[in-house]
Design a protein around this ligand. Sequence first.
Ligand code: G6P
Ligand code: ZN
Length: 582
Amino acid sequence: MVVFKVSRVQTTPFDGQKPGTSGLRKKVKVFKQANYLENFVQSTFNALGAEKVRGATLVVSGDGRYFSKDAVQIITKMAAGNGVRRIWVGQNGLLSTPAVSAVIRERVGADGSKATGAFILTASHNPGGPNEDFGIKYNMENGGPAPEGITDKIYENTKTIKEYLTSDLPDVDIASTGVTSFSGPEGQFDVEVFDSASDYVKLMKSIFDFESIKKLLSSPSFTFCYDALHGVAGAYAKRIFVEELGAKESSLLNCVPKEDFGGGHPDPNLTYAKELVARMGLGKSNSDGEPPEFGAAADGDADRNMILGKRFFVTPSDSVAIIAANAVESIPYFSGGLKGVARSMPTSAALDVVAKNLKLKFFEVPTGWKFFGNLMDAGMCSVCGEESFGTGSDHIREKDGIWAVLAWLSILAYKNKDNLNGGKLVTVEDIVRKHWATYGRHYYTRYDYENVDAGAAKELMAHLVKLQSSLPEVNKIVSGIRSDVSKVVHGDEFEYKDPVDGSVSKHQGIRYLFEDGSRLVFRLSGTGSEGATIRLYIEQYEKDPSKTGRDSQEALAPLVAVALGLSKMQEFTGRSAPTVIT
Ligand code: G6P
Ligand code: ZN
């Protein structure tokens, strides 16, 4: 057994190591500065406390973006230096964020060991490569992101850090599976490299009826397409969709994980998933031939999803509502009923209507998956989702891109169980339109203004808060812009009191609520790595079944005009159009 020594290295703090909505995300060149990653990792170990670190089993892996392999080695050496007993690494350092959550919760080592936490190496949907983003976040024993109490402590530690612990362990081969053992001052230290997909595949098989999905996917009347945008989802897509469920290999697009995501932006939306969008017959560059019946994409770390039908886009807000409405009959895991459902505040109220109709417990939480985790740990929530292309359930404590696709395939398989031999197929579009006819439709769109000057973004938000002190003034402005928009009846900044631990989160987005149920929400993104990103969420409810089929941008045009006018968007930001519309 190779023997290693532990050493203390002197360091000085870096500014700006405050974890955002989902960990610390910075440009690779920032992370590459000597001691930058080390400071953050040691600050995390210190925040957890020696009793949680010494002797622990920790997972280290991520979406495979540029700098991940170096980071795995650095963290492994530091883990040995800090008295960790064992590190679990997905082959080649690859594990999707949901798979990490599953590994923490489900995986049992040969000697009965269980992981108590994970360093996830990802900047999610941000681009990767030497000039792009890297990221790191810590997940806890329940498989979910560290709560604010811990991330605040980490940040405090980064401001005062003076030294870190590491070791002279040699680099470990993470390309092949197996255990390598070392001997240090405190005894044995193991690095176990394992297959990235098997634990996750096993979990999916325990949730869904793979046989019925297989019948659908291998039926000649159903066509399918999955785009991993060169993220880590590729490592799962082949195993699950092709090997387990019988989809054709040619139905996989960009499913080879790449360090720079092929130069693309691994965010599954209508703007960035260009190839898939074209293949599905949406957008300008319609490809030749008949588009597939079903298409989906994932982000870099495979926790996000976009669901498409043939020439048809399913908004994430509708997607979670439709999954919730159909889960019990289509997905074996939910056959006993749903414990409750939840959405983030800016997500449309489509889920609220389902919850009301099905008499389900319902929660509205701030943006950030960690808020769902508390509800799930307390047994109060089964299915949840966010407008930001995140959907998931209490099978893990992260959103889950592939789970969402399997949920949709389950619904399609259930609705088509008698149609696969030449009958008329119930399509994605049919399911969505029927849902609107039953529950009403929430027209919804999001405008993103990326990389805006941070000071200007703050001023815009302050202006919107100030405006809320006089609703008559607000309504004067509104009716001056569009006389066909209803009245604002309430304005506030969203605040959330966690029903489980009583903690309060303030300033979670500025809301303008209208008499007819429409909403405007303004928020600053917590996941960007440069400047500020302003998000504007626009929503309008239509109950009349004869009016639920309109084009959404057209239906929302009056509210958009009001939102831009009220916020003085162009005046503050200098932008005449958003960077991305979803
Ligand atoms: C991450 C979190 C999500 C959250 C999203 C918000 O993806 O995991 O739960 O919805 O960030 O991002 P934003 O840029 O809007 O803060
Ligand atoms: Zn992600």
